[in-house]
Design a protein around this ligand. Structure first.
Ligand SMILES: C[S@@+](CC[C@H](N)C(=O)[O-])C[C@H]1O[C@@H](n2cnc3c(N)ncnc32)[C@H](O)[C@@H]1O
Length: 298
C-alpha cells in the first residue's frame, strides 16, 4: 500500500497547526519561510482569516494585498486558491487582442479565485459589453461553536474545522446542514470598493453551461496537470466550449517557473459548433499536445 493511502498517514496529513493571523502569514512570506512553515511544520490557514481581515479597518490597498495573500493559502476542492495581481499578462494580452477584433464582446473568466488576477482586464472594461467573474468556490460558509469553527463549501460540503488551534480537513467531505452559517466571500475588496463588482458567480468548469454564451472565456491556472489528469482536462475544455459563441475563443493559461516568462498560453477558437482549432500558443503550454490530439466534442 502506498504510504499516502495508509489511513493513519491520511489522518495525520489532514491535521494542521492553524494560527489565523494575517500578520503572521505576511511575515512568513516576506521572510520566504514558506518551505519551513508549510512543508515542514505543515501550518494551514482557514477561511476565517478572510473574515478577520474584512473587519480589520486597514486601508483598502493593504486590505486588498493581504486578502490576495490570505486567499492564496486556502484550499478549494482539489485545488488551491493561489492568485495574484498582474500574473496572467500573456493571457490578458491574448484576451485584449481578441477584444480588439470583436465588437463589444462578452467576457467570462472562470476559476478567478479572489478576482485580483482579472483586475488588468476589469480596468479595460469599456472594451467589453459584459465581464463575468466566476469560480466553483466563490465563497465559504462558517459556523462557530464553543470550541472553534466549522467551514463549508458553497455546495454545503464540509471544508474543514478549526479546533483548539488545529485545522482539520475532512478526509471524505460530506454534505452538512449549513443553516445559520455566515458567508465569507472570497472576492477581493478592491473589486468591490473600486470597481463595484460585488460577487463572484458560481461556475464549475466540468458541468456549468451558460444560457447566454460568451465571446471570450479566460481560464488561468486551473486546467493543469498538477490539479487534474488529462481526461478531466479534456472534459472541462469540452464543457467550456458549450458556453462559447461560434467564432469566440477560449484562452487557457498557466503560470509556472518551467515556462519562459513564467507563463504559457493556448488560444482555441470555436470555428463551428463542436469544431475548434488552436490559433495561437505561447511558450509551449503542457496541455498543447493533449488538446491537439483530443476530440473536444462530446
Ligand atoms: C490556482 S487558482 C487560480 C486563480 C486565478 N485564475 C489566477 O490565475 O490567479 C484556481 C481557482 O480555480 C477554482 N476552481 C477549482 N475547481 C474549479 C472548478 N471545477 N471550476 C471552476 N473553478 C474551480 C479554485 O476555487 C481557485 O479559485
Amino acid at each position: 500500500m502506498k504510504l499516502k493511502n495508509n489511513p493513519l498517514v491520511r489522518l495525520t496529513m489532514s491535521v494542521h497547526p492553524c494560527l489565523d493571523n494575517i500578520a503572521f502569514l505576511d511575515w512568513i512570506c516576506r521572510k520566504k519561510l514558506q518551505f519551513w512553515f508549510f512543508r515542514v511544520l505543515r501550518f494551514g490557514f482557514s477561511p476565517e482569516l478572510l473574515s478577520k481581515l474584512a473587519g480589520s479597518g486597514a486601508p483598502l490597498s493593504e486590505r486588498s494585498r493581504l486578502h490576495t495573500l490570505a486567499t492564496s493559502y486556502l484550499r478549494a476542492g482539489n485545488t488551491v486558491k493561489t492568485t495574484g495581481m498582474a500574473r496572467t499578462n500573456h493571457a490578458d494580452q491574448c484576451v485584449l487582442d481578441e477584444a480588439g477584433k470583436q465588437e463589444s464582446p462578452r467576457l467570462l473568466e472562470v476559476g478567478v479565485s479572489d478576482g485580483s488576477s482579472a483586475l488588468g482586464l476589469i480596468e479595460k472594461r469599456e472594451l467589453f459589453s459584459h465581464i463575468a467573474l466566476s469560480d466553483r468556490y466563490p465563497y465559504f460558509m462558517m459556523k462557530r461553536n464553543a470550541l472553534g469553527c466549522r467551514f463549508y463549501d458553497v455546495d454545503g460540503q464540509t471544508h474543514g474545522r478549526k479546533v483548539l488551534g488545529l485545522l482539520i480537513n475532512p478526509i471524505n467531505p460530506i454534505s452538512a446542514d449549513v443553516e445559520g452559517c455566515t458567508k465569507i466571500q472570497s472576492i477581493n475588496p478592491a473589486l468591490v470598493e473600486e470597481h463595484g463588482i460585488h460577487s463572484i458567480d458560481f461556475y464549475d468548469v466540468f458541468s456549468s453551461v451558460e444560457s447566454i454564451k460568451y465571446d471570450i472565456i479566460k481560464c488561468s491556472n486551473l486546467l493543469n496537470l498538477i490539479y487534474f489528469d488529462a481526461p478531466m482536462i479534456v472534459s472541462a475544455v469540452s464543457n467550456l466550449l458549450k458556453s462559447l459563441n461560434v467564432g469566440g475563443c477560449l484562452i487557457i493559461s498557466h503560470n509556472n517557473a518551467k515556462y519562459t516568462d513564467g507563463e504559457a498560453v493556448i488560444c482555441l477558437r470555436q470555428i463551428s459548433d463542436g469544431k475548434v482549432g488552436i490559433y495561437h500558443e505561447i511558450n509551449d503550454h503542457e496541455l498543447l499536445d493533449i488538446l491537439k490530439s483530443s476530440d473536444l466534442t462530446d
